[in-house]
Design a protein around this ligand. Structure first.
Ligand code: NAD
Ligand code: IPM
Ligand code: MN
Length: 359
């Protein structure tokens, strides 16, 4: 198979974790006889510095000619006081909107060897396997009017029925392929957008009689996700609730550094990125955990290219390296070997190569 991928390293630890993920992608290509053509482009703070634009036209054009996008992370203190249109985060929001990537899949799976890295009790975190389906191109992130003066500021949360229908359909389809349970998260006791959201879920559930549905308020889910994460299969929610709940859910796994994501729209195209940000305080030290970005490559192989075996091989290799007791600093357990970003990536690559030799 031959595929074109646009790589957007971004800021902070973005370029570090992307370098690891690209190495793993190339080794998978070699082993399974695929050619991945990579083109690099600028986004976020790096693009502001170079082009005075967090999402330059050149970047959009390269992405348009690609089969998928792999992104590191954007943002950092250097640009925090910039006006809204010149912030790194604006580039990320624009690229999601430009390509209509409305469905953000954020799987949260407990690795057995990471249970000791989680602050949760082993019996609470073990066997967790849930999927947060986050609406990504609507809600308060994009609503108008939006304005700030020194005296007041306004953001607007808007959802059309159509926007809710397509993400809810997506979540039902996923639940059907998994354990058949869907939890819809809203704030219907306060917000009208949530009331419409709940109505749509109620209507849609008639078309999916095989899926068991529950509605829950976001404040309560924030608590239950930590006290009883094993209860959840697919969790579907609006843009901002999904952002917050997914960082919270990373605690179950032991680190934000292991959560991957796929942003898709119903065809084969997609943008793949870790859930975490640019982690400026550890950038440049070579200690970031590349697992989330490596696992995002696995999601790309699966969702955009249909390469299930290749995706499974990446997941197996990552898991095997954890099982061997190798961790980056964020996951460090007593008595374990703490590796740098590159050393840990070497272990994953070695694992893939070794299983090739022994096949
Ligand atoms: P963050 O996700 O960058 O970091 C949160 C915490 O997790 C920090 O302690 C960080 O050191 C740690 N962490 C994150 N990823 C890690 C990794 N791979 N390995 C080890 N430790 C890791 O969130 P933040 O500090 O709130 O935000 C920093 C910047 O990132 C901000 O500018 C924010 O806007 C941006 N951000 C970007 C994205 C994105 O590009 N998708 C996502 C979230 C935040
Ligand atoms: C994420 C990030 C982004 C978001 C920011 C950086 C715009 O937190 O991808 O989770 O809020 O969507
Ligand atoms: Mn986030």
């Amino acid at each position: 198979m031959e595929k074109k991928i646009t790589v957007l390293p971004g800021d902070g630890i973005g370029p570090e974790v992307i370098a690891s993920a690209v190495r793993v992608l190339q080794v998978i290509g070699k082993r399974f006889n695929h050619t991945f053509h990579l083109g690099y482009a600028a986004i976020g703070g790096a693009a502001i510095d170079q082009f005075n634009n967090p999402l330059p036209n050149e970047t959009i054009q390269m992405c348009e000619q690609s089969d998928a996008i792999l992104l590191g992370a954007v943002g950092g203190p250097k640009w925090d006081n910039n006006p809204t249109h010149l912030r790194p985060e604006k580039g990320l929001l624009q690229i999601r909107k430009h390509f209509d990537l409305f469905a953000n899949l954020r799987p949260v799976k407990a690795f057995p060897s990471l249970l000791a890295s989680s602050p949760l009790k082993r019996e609470v975190a073990e066997n967790v396997d849930l999927m947060i389906v986050r609406e990504l191109t609507g809600g308060i992130y994009f609503g108008e009017p939006r304005k700030k003066t020194a005296q007041a500021a306004v953001d607007t949360c808007v959802y059309s029925r159509e926007e809710i229908e397509r993400i809810v359909d997506n979540a039902f389809e996923l639940a059907r392929l998994r354990r058949g349970k869907l939890c819809s998260v809203d704030k219907a006791n306060v917000l009208d957008t949530s009331r419409l959201w709940r109505e749509v879920v109620e209507e849609k559930k008639k078309s999916y009689p095989d899926v068991q549905v529950e509605h829950n308020l976001v404040d309560s889910v924030a608590m239950k996700l930590i006290t009883n994460p094993g209860h959840y299969d697919v969790v579907v929610t609006e843009n901002m609730f999904g952002d917050i709940l997914s960082d919270e859910a990373s605690v179950i796994t032991g680190s934000l550094g292991v959560l991957p994501s796929a942003s898709i729209r119903g065809d084969n195209f997609g943008l793949y990125e870790p859930v975490h940000g640019s982690a400026p305080e550890i950038a440049g030290q070579g200690i970031a955990n590349p697992a989330a970005t490596i696992l995002s490559v696995a999601m790309m192989l699966q969702y955009s290219f249909g390469l299930k075996e290749e995706a499974a091989e990446i997941e197996r290799a990552v898991s095997a390296v954890f099982d061997d007791g190798y961790f980056t600093a964020d996951l460090a357990q007593d008595g374990t070997r703490v590796l740098s970003t590159d050393e840990w990536t070497d272990k994953v690559i070695n694992e893939i190569d070794t299983s090739f030799v022994s096949d």
